[in-house]
Design a protein around this ligand. Structure first.
Ligand SMILES: [Zn+2]
Ligand SMILES: [Zn+2]
Length: 124
């Protein structure tokens, strides 16, 4: 395997040790020594190598390790991710019955987390 440069290695390490998807900006907070351009370049490389996957939501692109399968609840107020139990099995079963071959999925539910919901209720 091709050797990862120090920057790529560092970006990979930050992503793989995080429990939730990160934006390039999140990574830059962990790696203040790197410019955003360098981080984007490293991410681009890791995506091309298949080690990292990404998804875009509300103009933000999030990155996570390719090997990881997770579904999420994303709080649109505080931006926190919460892991969901994967319940996609019945969709996949249904697709297979229709002759399709599902290979991957991402379930993202958005809304207010309990803490933000609580704060909002106090204000009202
Ligand atoms: Zn929240
Ligand atoms: Zn799932």
């Amino acid at each position: 395997m091709e050797r990862l440069t120090k920057n790529r290695e560092r970006v990979r390490e930050v992503l793989f040790s995080s429990e939730h998807p990160l934006t390039a900006y999140d990574i830059s907070k962990e790696c203040p020594e790197m410019s955003l351009t360098t981080i984007y370049r490293a991410l681009d490389y890791l995506v091309r190598k298949g080690q990292v996957k990404s998804f875009t939501f509300n103009q933000y692109t999030y990155f996570l390790p390719s090997e990881r399968h997770e579904d999420f609840f994303l709080c649109t107020s505080c931006g926190k991710f919460f892991q969901l139990e994967c319940l996609a099995g019945s969709y996949e079963q249904n697709l297979r019955e229709r002759g399709m071959i599902p290979s991957d999925h991402l379930i993202l539910i958005t809304g207010l987390c309990n803490e933000c919901n609580e704060k909002l209720r106090v204000r009202i």
